[in-house]
Design a protein around this ligand. Sequence first.
Ligand code: GLU
Length: 477
Amino acid sequence: MNEIRVRFAPSPTGYLHIGGLRTALYNYLFARKEKGTFILRIEDTDKSRQVPGAIENLINTLNALGLDYDEGPGRESKFAPYIQSERLSLYKEHAQYLLDSGFAYPCFCSPETLTKMREEQQSKGEFVKYDRRCLSLTKSEIEQKIAAGEKYVIRLKMPDNRKFQFNDLIRGEVEMDSNQSDDQVLLKSDGFPTYHLAAVVDDHLMQISHIIRGEEWLSSTPKHIYLYECLGWETPKWVHLPLILNADRTKLSKRMNDVSVDSYLAKGYLKEALINFVALLGWHPSDDRELFTLDELCNAFSLERVNKAGAIFDLTKLDWMNGQYLHSLPVEDIAMRCKHLFLEKGYDLSDENKYQLAIAVARERCTLLNEIVDYCKMFYQPEELKNDDIKTLLAPEAQKVLAWFATNLPILSAWDTESIQNLVNSGIAELGIKGKKFYTPLRLALIHQQHGPELPSTFIILGKEESIKRLQQYLPS
Ligand code: GLU
C-alpha cells in the first residue's frame, strides 16, 4: 500500500475555528492511526483576504493542542516550501501547460463585464457561470490583446455534459454533472493561482494520498478530478467531512459558537476537552464511550466511523466534558495551568500548599479554568464586606462564635480535616449555637461571603495563622 500522506490546508483568512480544528484533527488522527504523515500547508494565495497574524495563530494553536505536524512551515522536507505564496512558479508552470494543451484558455473579461453577466443570468433565473465569450477568441486576437497589455486570467475549460463519478470514503459513490461547474479561473491576472489549481498541484506534488476536508468542497471535486485528468495524474482518495451545525440545524456560525479555538482556550476550556469534543463532531466510536485522550483517539479513530449527516455542536456537552477533565486531571496540572490567571489578578501565590489546596476544592465546583480563579478570590482577596454582613458579624452571638474559634484554633494540635471537624462539633456543643447562626459568622469573617466550601476545608486552605487573623479582625482588640 502507498504511504498515507494527508494535509491540513488552511487559508490564513482568520484564526483557527472549530470547523478548521475538526478538519486538522481528523487528518492528524488518521495519519497517526495509519502511521502516515500529517502535513500543514498554508493556502495563502488570496492575498486580499489574508489576516495579519493568522499563520502564526494557526501554527501556535495546533502546537498548543498537541497536534504536531510532520511536515510544514518550520518542518521542511523534500516537498517544501509549504506556504503556497512561496510556490508561485509551480502554479504558473502548470497553468501554462494547461493553456498550451488546450485544457485552459485566457479570459480577458473585466470584473465589470463579469458582474453584468452574473446579474443578467440571475435575473433570468439561469445557473450563474462564465458564458465562455473569450473561448471564441482566435489565436491572433489573443496575441493582440496580450501585446496591448490587456489583463487576463486563465480558465479551465470544463467538458460539457459529462458525469463525474467518484468514491467518497464517507459518502460512497457520488455523481455530479459537469454542467453544474463553472469554467474555473485557475490563474488570476496578478499571477496568483486560485485555490483550485494550487491545491491540485500541491496535493499531487506533495504525494497526498487522502484529501480530508469539509463538505463545502464536495461540489468543487469534479473540477479537481478533471484537473488531475488534464495533468495526467492519478487522483487521491476523497473524504468530505460532514457540516457542523447549531442545535437548530443551521450551519455553525460565529454568532453561534464558531469562534476561534483561541477564544475557547482563553475562556478556560482545556485542550483535552476541546480535542475530545471536536473529535466527536462527526466521528463516533464503536461503543458509547465519550471520554478519550488524544492518544486514545489516535488508536480508536477510523474514517469508516465518520457520519455523513451534519454534526450538532452542543455547548452543554463541551461544558460537561470540560468539567470531567477539570475534575480528573492531576491537581498539580490544573494548578499549573491556572497560575498565570491567578498572577494576573495579583493573588499572592507564595504559599504553594495553600494554592494547591484551593485548586483542589475549587475544581470540584467549577466547569472552566477561569471560574476557578473567580472561585478562589475568597481565599486571596475576599470581596469587601457589605454593611449588613458587618452587622451580622458584630451581633453578640456571632461574636461568641468568632471568639471561641480565635481562642481554640491556636491550641489545636493537629491541622487536618478530622481534627477541625471535631473542633467545629465541640464549638457547636459548648456554645449551644448551631446551623446558620454558627456557620454564617465564621464564613463571613473568613471569606467575606455567606456560602463557601466546607468549614474544615476553608480553614485548611487559609492555614491556621491566616484563619486566626481573619477571625480576630472582627473581634474587639
Ligand atoms: N484552503 C482551503 C480552506 O481553507 C482548504 C480546502 C482543502 O482542504 O482542500 O478551506
